[in-house]
Design a binder for this molecule. Structure first.
Ligand SMILES: [Zn+2]
Length: 87
């Protein structure tokens, strides 16, 4: 073991909160898995487990269809926290 990890180990944040169901009407729940351009973050970066990643994908796709979150972010205004107005 020559190399040690510099950052803390990745873990599934939804397992930690014991999330059984993700509501697409509540985007603050799946904000961990959205990038600043509203893309779905891959599992290799977030550390989500497969079960919760599928839940997140379904919730985000439903929320996009329901116009709760945008499909694409405006190229000129990439904001730091896209969920500031949800609180
Ligand atoms: Zn999980």
């Amino acid at each position: 073991m020559a190399e040690r990890r510099k950052y803390s180990k990745k873990y599934c944040k939804y397992c930690e909160q014991k999330v059984d169901f993700l509501d697409y009407k509540n985007p603050s729940k799946f904000k961990f898995s959205l990038s600043e351009r509203y893309k779905i973050m891959p599992r290799r970066l977030t550390g989500n487990c497969k079960k919760h990643q599928v839940m997140v994908e379904n919730a985000i796709k439903r929320a996009r269809a329901a116009a709760i979150i945008p499909y694409v972010a405006d190229r000129k205004k990439v904001i730091d926290n896209p969920f500031a107005d949800f609180r």
